[in-house]
Design a binder for this molecule. Structure first.
Ligand code: NAP
Length: 546
């Protein structure tokens, strides 16, 4: 008997599994993975905690939520027909439009029939004897699957501040990532926003004009740059449609799959005048150009970074009338672009409005939430509504919430105690047949581009296993050690890794997340793909297959 015949014989003797693959999450990754695995003729089930598809775009319904990447570089690229029939209305679409798009995708490809909504997975345990995963839902039901694919997103576990009295407030309060489906009436209300990351910035600039009074509680200012959004007119729409092959080709070639890629020059290889003019141009252009298309050294060289930080600080001083407020809005503890850059639309001008107040809680910390509002070390504030734009337990947080247990009952949470360890950001030794989409150590960047690549890679791997009659595939400890070391080495010298942010695994609201880790792959997307392609071309010999 050959090895594959033995494998088949062993499988035949085992009780039937419920599914060939279970996918956790019906966001952009889970939806596309379902589509691809169906093509292989597999029995696939997606479990989704929400009541609809869309993941990030389903949950984050806060006012002003929108893309920071150009809409036409963000949608799925796998279906020409889909590209042809969908019209993005703005260069950076808002959340309602994006959610409509994802619902359209779900309808078009009839995805919902294999998605079970209102179903949160609480545990997934590997069984060596059947080479399968037992997946437990919160309602106690259990299902068995050969392959387990996590599509749980890097920013999907919202965190509330650990402030005394958070449950005491008698008005309305919302975390931005759990914004209600029904409209929230903010008109004329006294509103507090805690948090000034990309989410807080979008929320603040959107609601400032309609609320009665807005108080922003800022602990750390972030560097922000103008989004320069606008509607897409019919002529441009035509050009976009005709240019899709070029758009996606470009996204494949750039460092992080955005339309923007670093300028090959260093900041000091040009004259002061040229540098200033270049920064002016970047500041006036739409999107992430000022972050991703800037001089090649601004994110690795402190002096180079200081030139763009100084430039943006001057812009903030020009745009904010009150010099004291402007100073509070200028980051002093990190350089431009070393945290994820929020893109804004008249964000700074909001602070010139009479109904907006900035409270610097690094000076006067919040001491407690009271039934009527917020109390800082300097005084008491009363509110009708408190908005928590306080971010996420990023990258590993959603893994921590599920009790993943691999071979020998090893908990993933324990294995990752000192930081994640992965093979290509997709697999973990000791966790056979489990694949992660957009997990730690994978290339993120313009995320749908990375999603499509990872899903296709995972699909290729599963196809290979099925065609070869393998029922067990596992990353080797050596493969994991080597990839983890590689990811850590790539992070050396990056200014962003010297800064506290979700990108370095810091979350002041989560026990045990106060030490920086390398959870992100910070090399180039083309290099990432090259490495993964090489593994596939060598018929996955780096994996242990049986
Ligand atoms: P974030 O960047 O982590 O920001 C959270 C904010 O809340 C920070 O200002 C933080 O202050 C503050 N905060 C947290 N806990 C606090 C506490 N206990 N007391 C006071 N302040 C507290 O989270 P986010 O704004 O939700 O954004 C996360 C990521 O989501 C972004 O970086 C981006 O990748 C993604 N996102 C994308 C878009 C888009 O594409 N358009 C929009 C929104 C978000 P500290 O800085 O002092 O910790």
């Amino acid at each position: 008997m050959t090895a594959s015949q033995q494998t088949s014989a062993r499988n035949d003797a085992k009780p039937a599994l419920d599914y060939d693959a279970i996918i956790i999450g019906a966001g952009m990754s889970g939806m596309y993975q379902l589509y691809r695995l169906r093509e292989l003729g597999m029995r696939v089930r997606v479990f989704e905690a929400g009541t609809g598809v869309g993941g990030t775009w389903y949950w984050n319904r806060y006012p002003g939520a929108r893309f920071d990447s150009e809409s036409y570089s963000y949608g799925y690229s796998f279906s020409k027909e889909l590209l042809e029939e969908w019209n993005w209305s703005e260069h950076f679409a808002g959340q309602p439009e994006t959610l409509r798009y994802l619902n359209h995708v779900a309808d078009k490809f009839d995805l919902r029939r294999d998605i079970q909504f209102r179903s949160r997975i609480s545990a997934a345990i590997y069984a060596e004897d059947t080479r399968s995963w037992e997946v437990t839902l919160e309602d106690g039901s259990r299902l068995h699957t050969r392959f387990l694919i996590t599509a749980i997103g890097p920013l999907s576990t919202p965190t509330m501040p650990r402030i005394k009295g958070v449950d005491m407030f008698q008005g309305q309060s919302f975390h931005t990532a759990r914004w209600p489906h029904d409209a929230v009436d903010l008109a004329g209300k006294r509103v507090a926003v805690i948090g000034t990351g990309a989410t807080g910035v979008q929320t603040i600039q959107t609601i400032a004009g309609s609320v009665g009074h807005l108080t922003v509680f800022q602990r750390t200012p972030n560097w922000c740059a103008p989004l320069h959004n606008s509607k897409i007119d019919a002529e441009t729409q035509k050009k976009i449609k005709a240019g899709y092959p070029e758009i996606f080709k470009r996204c494949q070639e750039t460092f992080a799959c955005f339309l923007h890629t670093p300028d090959p020059r260093g900041a000091f290889e040009v004259s002061d005048e040229e540098r200033e003019a270049f920064y002016e141009t970047l500041y006036s252009e739409r999107g992430f150009g000022i972050w991703q298309g800037n001089f090649r050294d601004i994110l690795i060289d402190r002096q180079a970074n200081a030139t763009i930080s100084d430039f943006v600080a001057r812009k903030i001083r020009q745009r904010v009338k009150n010099p004291d407020v402007a100073e509070k809005l200028i980051p002093k503890n990190h350089g431009f672009g070393t945290r994820r850059l929020p893109l804004e639309t008249f964000y700074y001008e909001v602070y010139n409005q009479d109904n907006v107040e900035l409270v610097d809680i690094s000076e006067t910390p919040i001491e407690r939430i009271t039934p009527k509002g917020i109390e800082t070390s300097a005084g008491k504030y009363e509110f009708d509504i408190i908005i928590y734009a306080t971010g996420f337990d990023a990258i590993t947080g959603s893994f921590d919430k599920i009790d993943f247990r691999g071979a020998g009952d090893v908990r993933l949470k324990d294995k990752w105690k000192g930081g994640p360890q992965t093979y290509l950001g997709i697999m973990v030794d000791g966790f056979p047949n489990m694949m992660m989409l957009m997990g730690p150590h994978t290339a993120l960047g313009n995320i749908p581009r990375s999603i499509e690549y990872s899903v296709d890679w995972v699909t290729g791997l599963i196809r290979f296993a099925r065609e070869s009659n393998f029922t067990r595939m596992e990353a080797t400890p050596a493969g994991v050690a080597s990839w983890t070391d590689h990811v850590k080495a790539l992070g050396v010298g990056l200014l962003s890794n010297e800064v506290n942010s979700w990108m370095t695994g810091i979350n002041s609201n989560v026990e045990g997340k106060q030490t920086r880790i390398i959870a992100r792959y910070s090399g180039s997307a083309p290099a990432y793909r090259e490495r993964c392609d090489e593994v596939a071309a060598k018929r996955y010999q780096e994996l242990a297959m049986a």
